[in-house]
Write a protein that binds this ligand. Structure first.
Ligand code: GLC
Length: 720
């Protein structure tokens, strides 16, 4: 990058720091502070990067200002939170994760990249790979669910989708993988709270998704707001330099989270902005997002000898190199060809949005009422989300327009044109106003079938949206109970950014569907499932708790010395509820009926450099075509460190025609069995292992068989 070094040689200190500065444009507010007009800062070379601005005209205007009116004409990075779509909005993280299909995960990122680039952007703050096992935490709504392996696969797929094969291409954008790391394990599920986990858990659970994203070529990473065991991630030199850049080989740009460098003072590790700036720069954070800590603190830190010019130059070099890789120096206006982006009714992106949304829906219960037949009937569609439009975009809706989504009422009316659909809100999302309940109950009494569209508001999950009791907000539960008391066939549609506490509803409703937040085509996708135009295949990417007291709850728990046993008092259980979840990871019903049988391995003994090849048969006993997801879990019953009861290592699809049988074959290199041993060094420990295969993490339905890894002359300890 000779051009970069020549540029650095010409830059003043202010211009260098300008390249490490990212200021918000306030098209949307995504943080606690907002900026004024950045024109002068860009013209003076003091602002080298922007966020929260989109649209080809606005993007070209601000690039033109930087390129033509600043001394060195360095183009800007333009970043935005394109988390689950740019203008076409796809299902939120945990919903899309529940599709368990890497091609779909990549396709939505690719479409989002195309639309973001058309909007003039060259960087997105996505994918969000924060594993979450606590539904109190609002940002579960943005991430990959609870599982490390799923998060790894999503990370790779999203980086491929956003960045494509050539980062300089007009439709490629920088993937900024976030938030590094363990942000999803805050104390008490409270947003931005301290995270205190062992390095072992960090390496087993939270690092692998970022390792996968780095291997896929992630060009940027965003450290998380939280501390890990007392060291804020924004200043965590060991995890950012030694582990992320050293062990994982990340060579890209680190972009702080919004105002996070200044917040090192609140963390209590810096006395002023100079110290905060020095801590962040020495940890390897290249860009200061919206704290003005580098612009205000680095000159002073340099004077105090807290940082050196070579350290500043190293960050400037990474930022300029990224701009060069994006092709910005060749053509700063390459992105933003299409001036206005419309998501018209028949656009291909809407078709993709509808298909992905249909795949994301999880059927949690069905007593046979679904799918609805097309016969003429009176349907009462009730609840605060029955005709809600903008809510369907969910949190982080980027440039998604409030007017774009298809409502549930619209989808249902279009799918059942001969039915008489009465729509009543009954209650609001969160107010304690019961005045409209009688009218809604009247509608229910007059109907043949009731459909309840309940759940959270879009801003009740996502950032800064922890909930201490994640049940139905407001007086919705009371309303649902009153409707269920009528004894009518009742379907409950749950829209939320987290698994809600719904045990009583599941007991009493005829059918329950988790519809998460499905985006632009929400109403049509939901109707497609309700009327059987699509056989539901979505699965849970998170374990669904019975009660909050079970949280954090996830399938990959370590064993207890006294495993739960209801017949034995002194075992790991609760006195008041069953220890099992309401629904396990991977759970989901379809309108079909599949059985999984005949698990077999090609060999019962493999060397450490070998691979396990397993096959299993899936039979479609139902009368309809459909899709089953097969999970391959591993159990290491004896090792130098207690291993999780189950660890997901592969997933695959089976689509046998009605009455047919198909065989799923999965291959697992023994190297994938490696884990951080006693000294935290990753290694395979030869010995006996168990393959557990099934359609969810429910241990009762798993097929199991064993194999042995032979040491093959290696020096690892062998555990039988
Ligand atoms: C927010 C979020 C982060 C986002 C950034 C810019 O605070 O934590 O995910 O990318 O600020 O909006």
């Amino acid at each position: 990058m000779r051009h970069v070094d020549e540029l650095i040689a010409r830059m003043t200190l202010d211009e260098k720091i300008g390249q490490l500065n990212m200021i918000t444009a306030n098209f949307v507010i995504t943080g606690p502070t907002i900026a004024g007009d950045s024109t002068e800062g860009i013209r003076a070379g003091l602002i080298g990067n922007m966020l929260n601005l989109w649209g080809a005209e606005a993007a070209h205007a601000v690039q033109k200002l930087a390129v033509e009116e600043s001394r060195l004409g360095i183009p800007l990075l333009l970043g935005f939170d394109t988390v689950h779509g740019q203008r076409t909005i796809f299902p939120i993280g945990p919903a899309e994760a529940g599709i368990f299909d890497e091609q779909i995960w990549e396709s939505t990122a690719r479409q989002a990249a195309i639309e973001a680039a058309e909007d003039g952007l060259n960087m997105v703050f996505a994918p969000m790979l924060d594993i979450a096992r606590d539904p109190r935490w609002g940002r579960l709504a943005e991430g990959p669910g609870e599982d490390t392996y799923v998060a790894q696969r999503i990370g790779s797929a999203k980086v491929r989708g956003f960045q494509g094969s050539d980062l300089s291409a007009a439709e490629s954008v920088v993937a900024t993988v976030k938030h590094f790391c363990a942000y999803g394990a805050p104390t008490a599920g409270r947003e931005y709270a301290s995270v205190d986990i062992s390095e072992r858990t960090l390496r087993e659970v939270y690092l692998p998704p970022f390792e996968a994203a780095v291997k896929a070529g992630a060009a940027a990473i965003m450290p998380a707001f939280n501390d890990v065991a007392g060291i804020p991630m924004t200043a965590h030199r060991y995890l950012l330099r030694n582990v992320l850049r050293g062990e994982l080989g990340f060579e890209g740009v680190l972009v702080s989270d919004y105002n996070a460098i200044a917040e090192l003072l609140n963390h209590g590790v810096a006395a002023d902005l100079a110290e905060a700036a020095a801590l962040a720069l020495k940890a390897g954070v290249d860009i200061d997002m919206m704290a003005n800590a580098y612009s205000k603190g680095l000159p002073e830190a340099l004077r105090r000898g807290l940082v050196s010019m070579p350290e500043i130059d190293a960050s400037v070099r990474r930022v300029l190199s990224l701009k060069e890789r994006l092709g910005l120096f060749d053509d700063p206006f390459r992105r933003g060809r299409k001036v206005s982006l419309t998501v018209s009714g028949d656009s291909p992106s809407r078709a993709l949005a509808r298909d992905v949304a249909r795949h994301s829906i999880v059927l949690l219960k069905n007593d046979g009422l679904l799918p609805l037949t097309m016969e003429r009937r009176r349907i009462a569609l009730l609840g605060p989300l029955a005709d809600a439009r903008s809510e369907m975009n969910g949190p982080w809706s980027a440039a998604g327009q409030a007017s774009d989504p298809v409502t549930i009422l619209e989808g249902l009316s279009s799918a059942l044109p001969d039915c008489d659909i009465i729509c009543e809100q009954g209650v609001s999302l969160s107010e304690e106003d019961r005045s409209a309940i009688p009218l809604a109950l009247e509608a229910a009494r007059s109907a043949d079938i009731v459909i309840l569209a309940v759940g959270e508001g879009a801003r009740m999950s996502g950032e800064a949206a922890s909930r201490s009791s994640p049940g139905l907000p407001g007086c919705q539960q009371e309303f649902v109970d009153a409707v269920l008391d009528l004894g009518k066939p009742t379907i409950v549609l749950l829209s939320a950014g987290r698994p809600l506490l719904i045990s009583s509803i599941v007991e009493r409703a005829s059918a329950v569907m988790a519809t998460w937040w499905l985006g632009t085509e929400a109403g049509n996708a939901i109707a497609d499932i309700l009327v059987g135009r699509f056989n539901p295949s979505g699965r849970l990417s998170v374990t669904w708790p019975r009660e909050l007291g079970q949280v954090p709850i996830f399938y990959a728990q370590r064993p207890s010395g006294r495993p739960a046993n209801t017949d034995d008092h002194y075992t790991s259980k609760y006195l008041d509820i069953d220890v099992t979840p309401l629904f396990p990871f991977g759970y989901g019903l379809s309108y079909g009926n599949f059985t999984v049988e005949n698990l077999r391995l090609e060999s019962g003994s493999v060397p450490v450099d070998g691979q396990i090849i397993m096959s299993v048969d899936v039979v479609n006993n139902g009368g309809v075509p459909g899709e089953e997801t097969i999970f391959l879990f591993l159990r290491d019953p004896v090792a130098s460190v207690a291993r999780p009861l189950l660890e997901l290592k592969r997933f695959a699809k089976a689509r046998p025609a009605p009455g047919e049988r198909s065989t799923v074959r999965m291959t697992l290199p023994v190297s994938d069995l490696a884990f951080p041993g006693l000294d935290l060094t990753c290694a395979v420990e030869p010995g006996e292992f168990e393959v557990c295969v099934g359609t969810s993490a429910d241990p009762k339905q798993l097929l199991r068989t064993r194999f042995r890894v032979t040491s093959g002359g290696g020096d690892q300890i062998s555990h039988s």
